[in-house]
Design a protein around this ligand. Structure first.
Ligand code: NAP
Length: 244
C-alpha cells in the first residue's frame, strides 16, 4: 500500500508515534523515526522495523527548533530524494490550572505541539510541492476540540493544529498535497500513564466503548490517511476516541 514511499514520523521513539512508524513500515514505507530525548528507545523502534524486513532510521531533531527542523528535513530529502508522508505526532503535556500555569509550561507545550507542526510542514511542503504529491497527517487531540480543565496550554496547541491543518489543506490542495488531522481521545501511553486512577476512571465513563484506545488503533487510521486509499480526503479531522 505504501511501497516506495518515504515517511517521516515525529516523536516516534515511544507511544503512538512508535506504533505509527511500525504500521507505516508494515504497509511498505521507508520510515524516518524521529526522536528528541529518547535515543535508545528510537534505536529500538528502528531495529524492530529492520528485523521485520522494513527500512527505518532513527534521527534526532527537536521539532520545536526551527533551524534543527530545516536541517533535519533537508538532510532526509538529500538522502532519499523524496518525502511522501509527514506525520506530525511529537507532543508533550504540562498540565495545570490556568491561573497557576507558568509561562514556561505554556511556551513549551505551544512550541512543541503547534510550532513543531508548523516547522515540519514549512520545510516538508517545499519538497512535496516539487513532486506535486504528498500526504501530511497531524496529530491533534479531542482536548483541542472540546477543551479539558487543566489543559489550557495543551488544548490551545491542539486546536491550533486543527487550524493549521485546515489552512494548509486549502493552500496545498492545488499541488495535490493532502493535509488531515487525527484527534485521539484517551490512548494508553506514557502520556496518559501520568493521569491519576481517579481521572482515568472518570474518563472511561464518558467513552462509549468503555476503555482507553491502543496506540495501534490510532496508527491504522493514520496509515489510511497517509496512503492513497484516502485520496479524496483533505482538511478533515478524524476523531478516534471510542465514541466520547
Ligand atoms: P508519549 O508517549 O509521551 O510520546 C511523546 C513522543 O513525542 C515521544 O516520542 C517524544 O520523543 C516526542 N517528543 C516530545 N517532544 C519532542 C520534541 N521537541 N521533538 C521531537 N519529539 C518530541 O505521547 P503519546 O501519548 O504517544 O502522544 C503522541 C501524540 O498523540 C502527541 O501529539 C499527543 O499530544 C497526542 N495525543 C495523545 C493522546 C493520548 O491519550 N495518549 C490523546 C490525544 C492526543 P522523546 O522521548 O525522544 O523526546
Amino acid at each position: 500500500m505504501l511501497e516506495g514511499k518515504v515517511a517521516i514520523v515525529t516523536g516516534a521513539s515511544r507511544g503512538i508515534g512508535a506504533a505509527i512508524a511500525k504500521k507505516l513500515s508494515k504497509n511498505g514505507a521507508t520510515v524516518i523515526v524521529n526522536y528528541c530525548g529518547s535515543a535508545e528507545a528510537a534505536k529500538k523502534v528502528e531495529e524492530e522495523i529492520i528485523d521485520c524486513g522494513g527500512e527505518a532510521v532513527a534521527v534526532k531533531c527537536d521539532v520545536s527548533n526551527y533551524e534543527e527542523c530545516k536541517n533535519f528535513i533537508d538532510g532526509i530529502y538529500k538522502e532519499y530524494g523524496q518525502i511522501d508522508i509527514l506525520v506530525n505526532n511529537a507532543g508533550v503535556t504540562r498540565d495545570g490550572l490556568l491561573m497557576g500555569m507558568s509561562e514556561e509550561d505554556f511556551d513549551t507545550v505551544i512550541n512543541t505541539n503547534l510550532k513543531g507542526v508548523f516547522n515540519c510542514m514549512r520545510f516538508v511542503s517545499r519538497y512535496m510541492i516539487k513532486k506535486k504529491k504528498g500526504s501530511i497527517v497531524n496529530i491533534s487531540s479531542v482536548s483541542g476540540v472540546i477543551g479539558n480543565p487543566g489543559q489550557a496550554n495543551y488544548s490551545a496547541s491542539k486546536a491550533g493544529v486543527i487550524g493549521i491543518t485546515k489552512s494548509a489543506a486549502k493552500e496545498l490542495a492545488p499541488r495535490s498535497i493532502r493535509v488531515n488531522a487525527v484527534a485521539p481521545g484517551f490512548v494508553e501511553s506514557d502520556m496518559t500513564d501520568k493521569l491519576s486512577d481517579e481521572v482515568k476512571e472518570k474518563a472511561k465513563k464518558v467513552i462509549s466503548l468503555g476503555r482507553f484506545g491502543k496506540a495501534e488503533e490510532i496508527a491504522s487510521v493514520v496509515s489510511f490517511l497517509a496512503g492513497d486509499e484516502s485520496s479524496y480526503l483533505t482538511g478533515q479531522v478524524l476523531k478516534v476516541d471510542g465514541g466520547m
